[in-house]
Design a protein around this ligand. Structure first.
Ligand SMILES: [Zn+2]
Ligand SMILES: [Zn+2]
Length: 223
């Protein structure tokens, strides 16, 4: 389902041939290198370089994190004079205009708890915003479902710890034991299990749940 990371990088490089001036190419490549294993950042860069109409002769200096919640990120690509806002998650990305123009939907303002459009513009154009950390390096984010420390994993995330046995929730037999079935075959059973899980109390993401062997390409194997 996912596009291969190397394909994304190749697509970005091909578009850079047109968008980035020769003498700026090294710096543009350096940024790409920082995010070479980060699917969200690569997807956003790919979108920018391939689809933004006025991307010609403009290139990305930095990616800053405007906001994040429940695996959904509000990122800004910083070019010479502009900040292009993207909503990004495993589900895909959406372009939300330039930060300074505030073309952001009310539901997003609410979701990320901005007071209003002016509040968004003020915070999104601030000078001291932190760069977006590549996900696999940020211990405060589940490397698989991108829940933040203290948030519940997406149901089905392999990192989620089972509240009954302490094992891996997707692998232990507790889901079957709790439902009294041999396997989960219907959506209704899954919903019923979710209710039982909530009643028991789900174990939110914490950095110590990160598998130590993640560095060795374990994430790719899951796809
Ligand atoms: Zn997770
Ligand atoms: Zn279990």
């Amino acid at each position: 389902m996912h596009v291969d990371l190397n394909e994304l990088i190749a697509g970005i490089r091909a578009a850079m041939d047109y968008a980035v001036a020769e003498e700026k190419r090294f710096e543009a490549e350096e940024l790409l290198d920082i995010y070479r294993e980060d699917r969200l950042a690569l997807t956003v860069l790919h979108e920018f370089y391939n689809f933004l109409p006025d991307a010609t002769e403009d290139w990305v200096r930095d990616i800053v994190l405007l906001n994040r919640k429940q695996g959904i990120f509000l990122l800004a690509l910083v070019t010479s004079a502009r900040r292009y806002v993207y909503l990004a998650s495993d589900e895909g990305i959406e372009f939300h205009g330039e930060a300074g123009e505030g073309y952001i939907a009310t539901e997003l303002l609410d979701f990320f708890a901005y007071e209003n459009t002016e509040d968004f513009i003020r915070r999104a154009t601030a000078a001291n915003l932190a760069s977006y950390e590549p996900l696999r390096l940020d211990a405060d984010i589940c490397p698989v479902c991108h829940a933040i420390t203290g948030e519940c994993h997406e149901l089905g995330c392999v990192v989620e710890v089972c509240p009954w046995c302490g094992g891996q929730l997707v692998h232990c037999s507790c889901r079957h034991d709790q439902l009294g079935v041999d396997s989960i075959t219907t959506e209704a059973q899954l919903l019923q299990f979710e209710v039982l899980l909530e009643e028991r109390g789900r174990i939110p993401y914490a950095p110590e749940q990160r598998p130590a062997y993640l560095q060795e390409g374990w994430e790719e194997e899951l796809e």
